[in-house]
Design a protein around this ligand. Structure first.
Ligand SMILES: [Zn+2]
Length: 259
């Protein structure tokens, strides 16, 4: 379910049952002549929507305008950079707002520049500050020092920042350190094939779309399906550890009852 589609009664159910809220983040950045500017955000949002088909959770609208940097191109080719510091403060406001709304678990998804890039570091700092401030507001001075923390209610786990490619997917051969190459081209082929134009790579593709390890031209619908399935499965497994899986369809329930 998408947050922006919820009615108040549905929101209340999600909060009461502690469904995780998934928040995609990303940026607008040049991704070669063959891919759209929104690759990094599209990947995270589509991943979360696919996960939401299988695990009870709510997907929030993405934070689109992260610090892209001008490492790949300048602004005229379509990369939009913003201040990392001001971006982090904006993200902090959003995370604090979601905590105030009553979400118990918030999972922020990042693809652009991995977990060590400026965008991700700004989000992680914002998340850490919000968790401390929320705990302080809820529990008062000495909230950590008064008694041992409840292992079933670890405030430091309430907001988590996950990369698009989790370790379980990396073990299946999915790479995150790729810009507009084989992997990102596959991810967009898997989710929005209409947005990919591999014929635009021409005779001289950008170097990063044509390295020995990662050639955008070699992405195919089959590679896309395989890599995407591994990414989604890794997220489903990790999220299932903190959220209940969706109820099986009624027919399956009946069959199980008959036996
Ligand atoms: Zn990218």
């Amino acid at each position: 379910m998408r947050l922006q589609h919820l009615r108040p009664d549905q929101l209340q159910t999600a909060l009461d049952e502690r469904w995780p809220l998934l928040l995609p983040t990303g940026c607008i950045e040049y991704h070669g002549p063959h891919l759209p500017l929104g690759v990094d955000t599209i990947v995270v949002e589509e991943l979360m929507l696919a996960v939401a088909e299988r695990v009870r959770c709510v997907v929030a609208p993405p934070i689109w305008y992260g610090p892209a940097s001008h490492a790949v191109t300048g602004p005229r080719q379509g990369s939009l950079d913003v201040s990392t510091e001001r971006f982090g403060r904006h993200v902090k406001d959003i995370l604090a707002g979601f905590c105030d709304m009553g979400w118990h678990w918030i999972i922020v998804g990042v693809h652009h520049q991995g977990l060590e890039g400026p965008e991700s570091l700004a989000i992680r700092q914002a998340a850490a500050e919000v968790m401390f401030e929320q705990a302080q507001a809820e529990r008062g001075d000495g909230w950590w020092g008064k008694a041992p923390p409840d292992p079933n209610d670890n405030v430091f786990e309430r907001i988590q920042v996950w990369p698009s490619v989790l370790p379980a997917a990396a073990e299946q051969g999915v790479e995150m350190a790729d810009h507009a190459g084989y992997y990102e081209t596959s991810f967009i082929l898997a989710t929005h094939p209409d947005l990919v134009a591999q014929d635009r790579l021409g005779m001289k593709p950008p170097w990063y779309a044509n390295t020995p390890q990662s050639k955008a031209r070699e992405a195919t619908p089959a590679s896309a399906r395989r890599l995407w399935a591994a990414m989604v499965q890794a997220w489903v497994e990790r999220l299932s550890a903190i959220a209940r899986p969706k109820r099986p369809p009624p027919s399956q329930t009946v069959v199980r009852g008959l036996f």
